[in-house]
Design a protein around this ligand. Structure first.
Ligand SMILES: Nc1ncnc2c1ncn2[C@@H]1O[C@H](COP(=O)(O)OP(=O)(O)OP(=O)(O)O)[C@@H](O)[C@H]1O
Ligand code: SF4
Ligand SMILES: [Mg+2]
Length: 334
C-alpha cells in the first residue's frame, strides 16, 4: 500500500497513553504508555490477547471510554498534530463526529433496532450535511450499493434484524464511512462472522480504505486476518506495545518472544497434523503487573534481568521496535 511520505503531520499519533480503571480489586492499569501512529492510506493492525488493552486504547482515542471507572492518566492523542485530550470541547466534538469513526464487532448492538437502516444512514447526512430527507435517502441507497448490499433500493426500509450478520457488518461499515472520515478504527470487525464472510467483509473494508485514502486501525486477536491487509503491526501485551514492525518483517522474523508465540500458534495448512503451539500461562492481573518484563512469567527465554528490569522499546531496525532485553537473540533464532 502507498504511504503518503509528503504528509506534513501524522494523521493520528498516540503518545505514551495511560488509562486506569478503578475497581473493587484495586487500580487496573489497562493502558501503560501506548505509542502508535497511522498515516492517511495506511493500515495499522493492533494485535494481542484478550485483555491486553486494545479496545480501551481505541476508546480513549475516540472519546468513548467508560469513565468512570476508566480514567486517562497521561499521554497525548494527536490528530493532525493537535491533542484531542486538551483541545476545546467544540473542536474535539467536530473532529470525533465527522473525521473519525469506529466499526464494532457487534453490529446488532451498535445499530438502532427500531429504525430502518436506510433511515439511520440518511440521518447522518441530515444531521451533518444538512441534506433534505429526499437527498439523504438517495445517498443511503448509494452507500448500501457501495458496500454491496444486494437490492439496496428494496432493502433500504428494512430493520437491522432483517439482515444477515455479514450484511449488518457491511451496513455498519457504510455508517462509519458515510461522512468520509480521515480515520477509522475497526475493533474486531469480523470476529462474529463465519470465515468466508469474514474474508469478504475484510476485503471490502480494505478496498474502501484505499479508495478513500483513510487511516485504518484494525484491532484483532487474529494474526491470520491482518497479513493481507495491514501495512504495519503493533503487538500489545498487558497494556503496552511490545513490538511494532512492518507486517511482512514481523511475520518473517519476530523480535519479541510474545510475538513469536502468537505466530507459532496460528494453524498452518502446510503443517497439518502438527501439534499447535500455545503460549503457556495467562496474561497478568492488571492490578498487579509483575516487575521487570510483564511477559517474564510466561516467557521461554526469560533470564534474571527480565524479572527486575522493565525493557523499554528498543529500536531494532527502521520502523521496528521490540520491548525485549533479548530482541537480538529472538530475531536470530528465526
Ligand atoms: N469498563 C471497565 N471496567 C473495569 N475494567 C475495565 C473496563 N474495560 C476494560 N477494563 C480493563 O481493561 C483491560 C483491557 O481491556 P480491553 O477491552 O482493552 O481488552 P482487549 O485487548 O480489547 O481484549 P479483547 O480481545 O477481549 O477485546 C481489561 O482486562 C480490564 O481489566
Ligand atoms: S525481556 Fe525477557 S521475559 Fe521479556 S520477552 Fe524478553 S526475554 Fe522474555
Ligand atoms: Mg477488545
Amino acid at each position: 500500500m502507498e504511504h503518503q511520505r509528503d504528509q506534513p503531520v501524522t494523521l493520528l499519533d498516540v503518545r505514551d497513553l495511560q488509562v486506569e480503571f478503578h475497581t473493587r480489586d484495586g487500580v487496573a492499569k489497562a493502558v501503560n504508555g501506548v505509542n502508535y501512529s497511522v498515516d492517511p492510506g495506511e493500515t495499522l493492525a493492533v494485535l494481542g490477547e484478550s485483555g491486553s488493552g486494545k479496545s480501551v486504547t481505541a476508546q480513549a482515542v475516540m472519546g468513548i471510554l467508560d469513565s468512570p471507572p476508566g480514567r486517562i492518566t497521561g499521554g497525548q492523542v494527536l490528530f493532525r498534530g493537535e491533542d484531542l485530550l486538551t483541545m476545546g470541547a467544540e473542536t474535539r466534538r467536530r473532529i470525533r463526529g465527522a473525521k473519525m469513526s469506529m466499526i464494532f464487532q457487534d453490529a446488532l448492538s451498535a445499530l438502532n433496532p427500531v429504525m430502518s437502516v436506510g433511515a439511520q444512514l440518511a440521518e447522518m447526512y441530515e444531521v451533518h450535511d444538512g441534506m433534505t430527507r429526499k437527498d439523504s435517502r438517495a445517498k443511503a441507497v448509494q452507500l448500501m450499493d457501495r458496500v454491496r448490499i444486494p437490492a439496496a433500493k428494496d432493502r433500504v426500509g428494512d430493520y437491522p434484524h432483517q439482515f444477515s450478520g455479514g450484511m449488518r457488518q457491511r451496513i455498519m461499515i457504510a455508517m462509519a464511512l458515510a461522512l468520509e472520515p480521515d480515520l477509522v478504527i475497526a475493533d474486531e470487525p469480523t470476529t462474529a462472522l463465519d470465515v468466508t464472510v469474514q474474508a469478504q467483509v475484510m476485503d471490502l473494508l480494505a478496498e474502501l480504505q484505499r479508495e478513500y485514502n483513510m487511516g485504518l486501525i484494525l484491532i484483532t486477536h487474529d494474526l491470520g486476518v491482518v497479513a493481507d491487509v495491514a501495512d504495519k503491526i503493533a503487538v500489545m501485551y498487558a497494556g503496552r506495545i511490545v513490538e511494532t514492525a512492518p507486517v511482512h518483517e514481523l511475520y518473517a522474523a519476530p523480535a519479541h518472544p510474545y510475538t513469536r508465540g502468537l505466530l507459532d500458534s496460528i494453524p498452518r495448512l502446510d503443517q497439518k497434523g502438527r501439534q499447535l503451539y500455545a503460549i503457556k500461562g495467562l496474561p497478568p492481573n492488571l492490578t498487579a503487573i509483575p516487575p521487570g518484563c510483564p511477559f517474564n512469567p510466561r516467557c521461554p527465554m526469560a533470564q534474571d534481568i527480565c524479572r527486575t528490569d522493565r525493557p523499554p522499546l528498543f529500536a531494532v531496525a527502521h520502523g521496528r521496535a521490540s520491548a525485549c532485553h533479548f530482541w537480538k537473540e529472538t530475531l536470530d533464532e528465526r
